[in-house]
Design a binder for this molecule. Structure first.
Ligand code: FAD
Length: 290
């Protein structure tokens, strides 16, 4: 099923993410994790794509298996930063062969040692969106950044680039993680004003490890909220307590989003079915309310 159809639902629902293994040897272990997450009945599952191309073939394999064996609607991420246009085209052909109709078109992070862009490469995700659009009947998603993307100094320029990307054929957007819902509501207001009308799925990250998250926030330009830092100060040294606090924080964010009329939330499950399960338990009655 196309994700654009799922997003028409007025009942609250959540999607979840898995990332592929770095080594082929771990493929079945990750597949097992993906199937545990699938058992939680997310509205769809997304599978990330290694920017360097190392894990890329496993993205297609996992998505294909989730669709064919587990009957799950799945979304294949596809980045273009480290591939030639021919290599990207080849992956798009593989997606078609496997009947994968949902793709998240991304540029990927520019590797530090790469002279980007190399000849015969896409510069921006918008070009990849156009290529996918021309290649078949895909439902195309793209990324957006409520706090602005780190490469672009001014938010208004980032929103202008986002509008150009959406106009190339994007059907829905998924956001970078954020820890203060007001940042998301403000972003939604600004992009609607800029004429971006496609559905926007907020991405929620349940944080379990403050040190890792600080690094990731620095790299992605995401602000950790004061409230979150206070939780981490108090519980950060005790993993079980931190996990409970992270789950509670993410649950609260999701409930607030649902209460404010957002019907679809994406959870960055980070291959942790137990965390996803705890959040789903917390939402069991809430998700029944249309
Ligand atoms: P783009 O949309 O191309 O934007 C990149 C930058 O270029 C922005 O600053 C934008 O403002 C600027 N820009 C765009 N067009 C122009 C223009 N015409 N002129 C000047 N500047 C321009 N990474 C992975 O490697 N694998 C994944 O699976 C993955 N999944 C992700 C999922 C989500 C929901 C999100 C939010 C991010 C994901 N990422 C992933 C990270 C993403 O690849 C990086 O954030 C990357 O740096 C930007 O990708 P993009 O597709 O948003 O790029």
């Amino acid at each position: 099923m196309k994700i654009s159809e799922i997003l028409k639902s007025t009942v609250p629902h959540v999607s979840m993410e898995v990332f592929p293994p770095k080594n082929d040897a771990d493929f079945e272990d990750v597949m097992h994790v993906a199937e545990e997450i699938a058992d939680l009945d997310p509205s769809f599952m997304s599978v990330t794509y290694g920017a360097g191309g190392g894990t890329s073939k496993n993205t297609v394999r996992i998505v294909s298996r989730l669709q064919k064996k587990d009957g799950v609607t799945a979304l294949a991420h596809l980045t273009c930063v480290s591939s030639t246009k021919e290599e990207v085209h080849h992956v798009i052909e593989q997606l078609k062969e496997q009947d994968i109709e949902n793709v998240l078109a991304l540029r990927g992070d520019i590797p530090q040692d790469a002279s980007f862009p190399m000849p015969n490469q896409y510069h921006y995700a918008s070009e990849l969106v156009s290529e996918i659009k021309e290649s078949g009947d895909f439902c195309i998603g793209a990324a957006c950044y409520p706090e602005g993307h780190v490469d672009t100094e001014y938010k208004k320029d980032d929103i202008r680039h986002l509008k150009e990307k959406v106009d190339c054929g994007v059907d829905f957007l998924t956001t970078q993680m954020f820890f203060d819902n007001d940042i998301f509501y403000n972003f939604l207001y600004r992009i609607r004003e800029a004429g971006i009308t496609v559905p926007v799925i907020p991405g929620i990250m349940p944080v379990m490890n403050l040190r890792q998250m600080k690094r990731s926030c620095e790299m992605s330009g995401t602000t950790l909220s004061r409230r979150y830092i206070e939780l981490a100060d108090r519980f950060g040294e005790t993993p079980a307590a931190m996990q409970q606090a992270g789950i509670a924080y993410a649950t609260e964010q999701i409930i607030d989003l649902f209460a404010n009329g957002i019907n679809h939330v994406h959870i960055y499950t980070m291959n942790k079915p137990q965390v996803a399960r705890a959040i789903m338990n917390n939402l069991s009655e809430i998700m029944k309310v249309p």
